[in-house]
Design a protein around this ligand. Structure first.
Ligand code: GDP
Length: 443
């Protein structure tokens, strides 16, 4: 799990602080000593830690903090804000060229995840209704071209390649002409990496950059390499001028030093993080959300833990299969409500799920016993056919169910809406539970 050690240590430190009614300057100093150690252990760059601690201290010993009603809380707030700032403050989005095609040059060392992330970005762009083209310009790594072609096929995105006998500069030149001809609006160029930074590699990338004139030059770098990742970013930025960073394998990075320090050291923002090998495991990087994750201030991670602790693993698995096969029934829905009830107040649980504000129907669903009895009554008034195929629930069927269960048609309508929302939510939830388990295994 990402940031496992750091999050644990910081939470422990802050719990001590939270308990104090009155906070003195010495308390702040003690807390900051612990934060400093935790950051260093997480492999955050030494100078970054020093500056960070100085900034937090300066703000935290201020009168308005120490004299406030909740001084402990205020100190944590300052840490949260400064941590967010350290990682870039606001989200840095993918830049689009004013006139298409947008050209994205992907660079980085071998094995960092360039090819995989070219595929992930293509998928991400497809979802935004873009028409990406992948250019296979990694002519050195055996099988890199094939790997990109396989990804292209999976995604139904064209891949431009000329084999590995042609120079990458020529491939890029021809590929860009092809993109214009085919009206592709975003071009992703997968380039070759080496095991270490060397001059030949850099010179070649400079040539490619000059031919491609990219909108984005993204460095793909492996988070698990910690400070090395930061140094790689520094060199690439000095030679090529990066516009952003894709930090990969954050799913396996238990320390998190690179994520925290790379922006401060290089000035380059992290634009995306890779959270696994699968093509949909790409997340836009939000410094504020990452900061809350690190500080353990409720977030998806908390939710995963709750789900893992409370949802019966076997049942969750069966449910997941049903969802995948789109077989979720009203009986499952009822069982699910009972499971959710165990996870805590429903609104709190939902609050931790990203995108759940969209599921309005679930917001006013109270999972108390009274409500459950009502839901049960409505579901029991359905025929087997209706439970299996909710789509057949037309107006007359809904009226009959309301009558049979002693409820109103509005109650029935609401329940059907909630069922649909629940389907969506469980899809997210089971996905996350699985991810969370994978991470724990690695970390
Ligand atoms: P390239 O040499 O830079 O093109 O690297 P590849 O795209 O071939 O990736 C190298 C290895 O890292 C492959 O086994 C990928 O499946 C794996 N990989 C890439 N991104 C991630 C990630 O975000 N998380 C994890 N766990 N593995 C990744």
């Amino acid at each position: 799990m990402a940031f496992e050690g750091l999050a644990g240590r910081l939470q422990e430190t802050f719990n001590k602080l939270r308990k104090k009614g009155k906070v003195t300057e010495e308390d702040v100093n003690q807390t900051m000593r612990e934060v400093r150690l935790a950051l260093l252990e997480a492999d955050v760059n030494f100078k970054v830690v020093k500056d960070f601690i100085a900034r937090v201290k300066e703000r935290a010993v201020g009168q308005e903090v120490l004299k406030s009603l909740t001084p402990g809380q205020q100190v944590i707030k300052v840490v949260n804000e400064e941590l967010t700032e350290l990682m870039g403050g606001k989200q840095s989005k993918l830049e689009m060229a004013p006139k298409p095609p947008t050209i994205i040059l992907m660079v980085g060392l071998q094995g960092a995840g360039k090819t995989t992330h070219a595929g992930k970005l293509a998928k991400y762009l497809l979802k935004q209704n873009k028409k990406p083209l992948l250019i296979a310009a990694d002519v050195y790594r055996p099988a890199a071209i094939k790997q990109l072609q396989v990804l292209g096929e999976q995604l139904n995105v064209p891949v431009f390649s000329m084999g590995n006998e042609v120079s990458p500069v020529d491939i890029v030149q021809k590929g860009l002409e092809y993109a214009k001809q085919e009206h592709r609006d975003v071009v992703l160029i997968d380039t070759a990496g080496r095991l270490h930074i060397d001059e030949t590699l850099m010179n070649e990338l400079i040539q490619i950059r000059d031919v491609a004139n990219p909108t984005e030059t993204l460095l793909v770098v492996d988070a698990m390499t910690g400070q090395d990742a930061v140094n790689v970013a520094k060199s690439f930025n000095e030679t090529l001028g990066l516009t952003g960073i894709i930090l990969t394998k954050l799913d396996g990075d238990t320390r998190g030093g690179a994520a925290i320090s790379v922006k401060a050291v290089t000035g380059c923002p992290i634009k995306f993080v890779g959270m696994g090998e699968k093509l949909d495991l790409l997340e836009p990087f939000h410094p504020d959300r990452m900061a809350s994750r690190i500080l353990g201030m409720g977030d998806v991670l908390t939710l995963i833990e709750k789900a893992q602790a409370n949802i019966d693993a076997q049942k969750a698995k069966e449910l997941e299969q049903k969802i995948r096969k789109a077989e979720l029934t009203f009986d499952d829905f009822l069982a699910q409500l009972e499971q959710l009830k165990k996870m805590g107040p429903l609104d709190e649980v939902l609050g931790m799920l990203p995108g759940m504000n969209k599921a309005k129907g679930l917001k006013d669903l109270k999972v108390d016993d009274k409500q459950l009895t009502r839901v049960e009554a409505i579901i029991k008034s359905m025929t087997k056919e209706e439970k299996l195929h909710p789509e057949i629930l037309n107006a007359s069927r809904r009226r009959r169910i309301a009558k049979g269960s002693g409820t109103t048609i509005q109650d029935v309508n609401r329940l059907i809406k909630q069922f649909e929302d629940m389907k969506k939510m469980m899809k997210q939830l089971t996905g996350m539970t699985k991810k969370g388990k994978g991470r724990k295994g690695k970390g």
